[in-house]
Design a protein around this ligand. Structure first.
Ligand SMILES: Cc1ncc(COP(=O)(O)O)c(C=O)c1O
Length: 369
């Protein structure tokens, strides 16, 4: 079976982890600091703060901007639940805005209508490795005096022109094993705002600048030096990993038939955390791919507003028809850099054969581009 993801660990990771373990610095230490500096330089952000996960990076970004009870944060329901959960953790309310049918990210044209006097921040999600339309979002945020938190957990190295994801407002990244680079578990917050970075550092460590002197109520959301050691070995490989993902995606774009392939906005660097197609009879499609030895996955089978905790909070009736429709159609196929060319051939053959058998999506299921 060709898996949907296959993390790559080499000698560099092994050596760096062993070196960290032998040093005795196991919790947050000099490797975390070095990883932060290198990651900030890679992204082109002024500051980077490492965290225990992408989820805690999101949580800290919101807290750092002062989001709390009574506030609203605009985001999308077509995402991993962590985006919306991080808003709930602060006591604020997520407000769901629909996505653009073409690129699966927040539709800027719908954002302004969702802004109220309680709105404090906008959290676009750069899903599957394509940056959300950050320029449009930053423009709206500036006009309304709102914070921007980009959920770039799937967008390491993605860019709009020369500007990378993670450089508008605050950006958050995840280093979960399936991501474009990993630390096992881990996350990072990036920003050009030095004051925000300072507040987030304090919140990450129980509000402590001087040992055992606590200025505010904070958390333990630290990354370990062992995780940072993996990250330091992975970071120099990120550009190569992303190149390989983009090369595989280019082959899929050119050779897949009978399915809707991803749309990339002009001037955008998509880093294909996922290569997500839209297909007819999606669940049968996935089953047939499996029979043909090709793994696939649905990201995500239930949009956030229909997940149980959000139904309980009254979100089920959210007016997000594009998210609801696309949830039924999306299927991600293997695009990870460990795929060999023969495996890419096999994925193409299996998808094309299945698409031929199941036919195209009905025109009524596809809005005009
Ligand atoms: C879009 C998105 N947001 C947030 C997260 C949360 O990251 P983590 O799993 O590292 O907490 C992830 C990753 O799983 C993600 O894909």
């Amino acid at each position: 079976m060709i898996p949907i993801a296959r993390p790559q660990m080499g000698d560099e990771e092994k050596e760096r982890v062993w070196e960290a373990m032998a040093s005795g610095s196991l919790a947050q230490g000099p490797r975390v600091r070095e990883f932060e500096e290198r990651f900030a330089a890679e992204i082109g952000a002024g500051h980077a703060v490492a965290t225990s996960s992408g989820t805690t990076a999101l949580h800290l970004a919101l807290l750092g901007y002062g989001v709390g009870t009574g506030d609203e944060v605009i985001t999308v329901p077509f995402t991993f639940i962590a985006s919306a959960n991080s808003i709930l953790y602060t006591g604020a309310r997520p407000v769901f805005v629909d996505i653009d049918e073409r690129d699966f990210t927040i539709d800027p044209a719908r954002v302004e209508a969702a802004i109220t006097e309680r709105t404090k921040a906008i959290m676009p999600v750069s899903l599957y490795g394509q940056p959300a339309d950050m320029e449009a979002i930053a423009d709206i945020a500036e006009r309304h005096g709102l914070a921007v938190v980009e959920d770039a957990c799937q967008a390491h190295g993605a860019a709009i022109g020369d500007r990378r994801s993670g450089t508008w407002g605050a950006g958050t990244f995840s280093f979960y094993p399936t991501k474009n680079m990993t630390t096992g578990e881990g996350g990072m917050l990036t920003t050009d705002d030095g004051d925000l970075a300072e507040r987030v550092r304090l919140l990450r460590e129980h509000g402590m600048k001087v040992r055992y002197h606590h200025d505010i109520v904070g958390y333990n959301f630290r990354m370990t030096d062992i995780a940072a050691a993996i990250g330091l070995a992975q970071l120099p490989k990120l550009a190569g990993y992303n190149e390989r993902r983009r090369a595989i995606a280019a082959r899929y774009d050119a050779e897949l038939r009978g399915v809707i392939t991803p749309y990339v906005r002009p001037g955008v660097t998509h880093v294909y955390h996922q290569y997500t197609i839209r297909v007819n009879d999606r669940d049968a499609f996935a089953e047939r791919l499996k029979e043909r030895g090709v793994g696939s996955a649905i990201y995500y089978p239930i949009p956030v507003h229909r997940q149980k905790p959000f139904v309980a909070l009254g979100y089920e009736s959210s007016d997000v028809p594009v998210s609801d429709r696309l949830t039924e159609q999306v299927l991600s196929i293997p695009v990870h850099p460990a795929l060999g060319d023969d495996e890419v051939d096999a994925v193409i053959a299996a998808v094309n054969r299945t698409a031929e058998e199941l036919g195209p999506l009905a025109a009524t299921e596809v809005a005009a581009r």
